[in-house]
Design a protein around this ligand. Structure first.
Ligand code: 3HC
Length: 373
């Protein structure tokens, strides 16, 4: 199958980013959103991103114009009728996604593949809402989609393996690195990332470190491009709460319950960058957070890192994902300088296990215990 026209439903930061990825790779794209203002916001997200690339000299004005010319926008789902693939990038609300997929099923030609960019919801439940579940798949991009090179391709028990292979080939044509996985809450990256982000807010809620100390610690001591509170603001705190609810419903572990600090911010409408404020206020340009308390930074860095490395070891041990896919996901999906197994290698697995046991003992949280050998 050749993909000539791609549809995207939902034109928020992720949807507009996905539109840009396909248009830059030479595909004709149709972007659809539920209202005229949402369509305008999508157009504006695309044009801001392209203008930034032009201003930086990464793209010529002529190239930017060509990319823009490949995209058409509108509201009605009928615009998607001839798409070979439609990717849904709506908010993380299962009933909403189910409604969208049943509309897509009616609007898109029968040979069309339908993909969801869900961050954690069941792709199987979404596929069940259509008359073509074998042609429904997860295609999970990372924010900002034009920058992050990783895409998770999620298949279900319904999936037609030919469809999976076609999506993998398509993903490769976008210059993305793909991992193929089965349908589990949070997939590879969000399962690991969201637990780490939630851990950070639990530390913040407990008054053990400030957001600046945590963000500076992860930037300075592990070379992360952003600290956890900055990243929560980038992803959207409301989205993170929804992802955690899905993961928590599966694991039932207290450490996966959305931390109170996040829930309160969302209730106040402080959802992160997209609403102008979250952990930080974005009314003016911010410098990277700094803090000079080296002891607190070192402790919080140790705790966040060790818990996360333990989760990576546990994920690999279940056979859900390989070390290579976990390392690629964290580096190419989140811009981390090293994959977790590269970090474990350099620390020595025995040292990691000792640190896990110490963390579990000090906090009284048994989920941090190392796995039995
Ligand atoms: N759209 C397009 N391009 C963007 C962009 C955007 N929104 N934001 C930044 N960029 C580009 C810039 O143009 C620049 O490109 P260049 O190298 O070609 O010049 C490059 O990214 C770096 O940008 P900046 O120099 O302006 O800023 P930084 O160096 O601070 O990088 C960042 C910004 C790329 C966002 C970096 O901080 C980062 O990688 N942060 C981590 C983000 C992350 O973890 N994402 C995954 C979240 S999880 C997720 O998305 C899954 C979901 O389901 C929740």
């Amino acid at each position: 199958m050749s993909f000539s026209q791609i549809g995207v439903v939902g034109l928020g930061i992720m949807g507009a980013g996905i539109v840009e990825v396909f248009a830059r790779a030479g595909y004709q794209v149709v972007g659809v959103a539920e209202s005229a203002p949402a369509v305008e916001a999508g157009k504006s997200n695309l044009s801001k991103s392209l203008s930034r690339a032009v201003a930086k000299g990464k793209l010529s004005q002529a190239e930017s114009d060509e990319i823009t010319a490949r995209v058409s926008f509108g509201e009605p789902f009928e615009l998607l009728a001839n798409c070979d693939l439609v990717i849904e990038a709506a908010p993380e609300i299962l009933p909403l996604k189910i409604e969208i997929f049943s509309k897509l099923d009616a609007a898109v030609k029968s040979s069309g593949i339908l993909a969801t960019n869900t961050s954690s919801l069941s792709v199987t439940d979404i596929a069940n809402a259509t008359s073509r579940p074998a042609q429904v798949i997860g295609m999970h991009f990372f924010n900002p989609a034009p920058v992050q090179k990783f895409v998770e391709v999620i298949s279900t028990a319904h999936s037609d393996q030919q469809v999976v292979a076609q999506i993998v080939e398509l993903g490769n044509s976008l210059g993305k690195h793909l991992a193929q996985i089965s349908d589990q809450p949070g997939f590879i990256v969000n399962k690991l990332l969201l637990r780490y982000l939630n851990h950070a807010v639990q530390v913040l809620d407990a008054g053990q470190a400030s957001k600046e100390q945590m963000d500076a610690a992860m930037r300075e001591l592990s070379g992360y491009p952003m600290g956890p509170c900055e990243l929560l603001d980038l992803i959207g705190i409301d989205t993170c709460v929804e992802i955690l609810k899905t993961i928590h419903a599966d694991t039932k572990l207290e450490i996966d319950e959305p931390a109170a600090g996040m829930v309160k911010l969302v209730a106040a409408g402080h959802k992160g960058r997209k609403s102008g404020a979250g952990f930080y206020d974005y009314s003016e340009k911010l410098d990277a957070p700094t803090d000079s308390n080296e002891n607190v930074k070192s402790q919080v860095h140790n705790d966040l890192l060790i818990a996360y490395l333990g989760d990576c070891i546990a994920m690999e041990a279940t056979g859900y994902a390989s070390k290579a896919d976990i390392d690629s996901g964290m580096k190419l999906g989140c811009g981390l300088p090293k994959g977790p197994f590269e970090v474990i290698e350099s620390m020595g697995i025995e040292n990691v296990r000792v640190a896990q046991a110490e963390l579990a003992q000090r906090t009284g949280i048994s989920a941090y215990q190392p796995l039995p050998l």
